[in-house]
Design a protein around this ligand. Structure first.
Ligand SMILES: [Zn+2]
Length: 159
């Protein structure tokens, strides 16, 4: 059902990367290697996708620079989420290949923040309209703060 609702573009993540005006853009960060956007169908409030610019299908196609850079991005966003969303745990993962549950053919990492009292969040987010508003509000909060967590100094320490 979700697939039928998807906009008619070759690749939704390439469209997000390129700021295609025909799609809802939930991007909170972009640099010359990767970008970060909210998942339109969040498992939890703050569920993000971390995406290499290159349209590659497999984790094994990442080069060393991309792999290190994206790992560092994820670490920075974990710090951001702890502070801004008060998340206490994380699920980080990749779905790859036809039997994995992957629904987008462009490699991306899921970063799902976990909360001590998720029932409360789910209650709040249970109505579709509220979910959409929730996405915009969470996007704004993360976008406002991400440059405090993911910046040149933060990457410098890593190299
Ligand atoms: Zn793509």
């Amino acid at each position: 059902m979700r697939k039928n609702n998807r906009p008619n573009v070759d690749c939704i993540l390439c469209s997000v990367r390129d700021d295609d005006k025909n799609i809802k853009n939930l991007k909170i960060y972009q640099d010359d290697i990767a970008f970060i956007c909210l998942n339109l169908y969040p498992y939890n409030p703050g569920h993000l996708l971390i995406v290499p610019h290159r349209h590659i299908k497999s984790f094994r196609e990442l080069d060393k620079k991309e792999a290190l850079h994206i790992t560092r991005l994820i670490q920075g966003v974990q710090n951001l989420m702890e502070d801004v969303l008060n998340s206490k745990g994380f699920n980080i993962g990749i779905n790859e290949g036809p039997n994995s549950g992957a629904s987008i053919d462009h490699l991306h990492y899921h970063l799902v923040p976990r909360y001590p009292n998720e029932l409360g969040f789910i209650d709040i987010m249970s109505e579709t309209r509220v979910v959409i508003e929730g996405l915009d509000s969470i996007m704004k909060r993360l976008k406002e703060r991400i440059s405090d967590y993911v910046n040149n100094d933060f990457f410098k320490e890593y190299k």
